[in-house]
Design a protein around this ligand. Structure first.
Ligand SMILES: [Zn+2]
Length: 245
């Protein structure tokens, strides 16, 4: 099989689709989920140590590591995060400070591009259509011009739940007011990644990451979220009942 990026018939290597670093602490997810769900009979599926597939040659695989490293460091090792409180004192958002917007946007775009090409069942909901080749061009140009490309933007939200839990969820396509996005769940965050020729819609545009502006992630209540219900339903399936942590 040719490499999905350069198209050459070279030996393909294991590529992590979701960077391995995001799964580092996930083995504790089962116990935490048990506490949150507090329902008898729920035995969380053993979480993957990472999800990988053979889609790239070694040379192309190396192009992704600086985006993966940046995404992990900014989201998971960020020591400058401050909380934003609402009128009643509840935390409604977090300020992650300024980012390198090009690196962070390329982190998400390169991840969804790998998900598009992966045959792993986790990514069956990802189909970039004609954008797969356009994003490949951006990857080959090391992200040059990505921030100026109106087709792509990303906004972050964060669950008020342990980071490893949302690693159990697949990326999903979603339309916000008819505009195509992908929801990417990583380390407690949900990124809404716009991949569309339509402009973003207010108020989402207010949260798109951009150069020179702090990144603000809206905080969402995980206990009341439909994502938690999806995880609960998934774990009740018979095939997931015998692989407790
Ligand atoms: Zn290649």
């Amino acid at each position: 099989m040719p490499c999905k990026l350069c198209g050459e018939n070279k030996k393909l290597v294991d590529s992590h689709i979701i960077p391995r670093s995001f799964f580092a602490e996930i083995t504790t997810a089962g116990e935490i989920l048990r506490q949150i769900a507090s329902e008898d009979g729920i035995y969380p599926k053993r979480s993957p140590k990472g999800v990988y597939d053979n889609i790239l040659c070694a040379d192309c695989e190396a192009r992704f590591s600086h985006w993966d490293d940046y995404g992990y460091d900014f989201l998971m090792r960020n020591t400058n995060i401050t909380e934003i409180q609402g009128p009643d004192g509840a935390v409604i958002a977090v300020n992650l400070g300024e980012c390198d917007a090009n690196l962070l946007l390329m982190f998400f775009l390169s991840l969804i591009w790998r998900a598009h090409h992966s045959a792993h069942e986790m990514f069956t909901g990802v189909d970039l259509g004609p954008y797969a080749d356009r994003i490949a061009d951006l990857i080959l140009k090391d992200g040059e011009g990505t921030l100026d490309d109106p087709h792509y933007a990303v906004a972050l939200s964060r669950f008020n739940a342990p980071a490893e839990l949302t690693g159990l969820l697949n990326p999903q396509r979603a339309e916000y007011d008819g505009i195509n996005h992908y929801k990417v769940y990583l380390g407690g965050y949900m990124a809404a990644l716009k991949v569309s020729n339509q402009p973003g819609l207010y108020p989402y545009t207010e949260f798109y990451i951009r150069a020179g502006m702090p990144v603000v992630a809206v905080v969402r209540n995980f206990n009341n979220s439909k994502e938690l219900k999806v995880i609960g339903k998934m774990l009740r399936k018979p095939e997931n009942q015998d692989v407790g942590l």
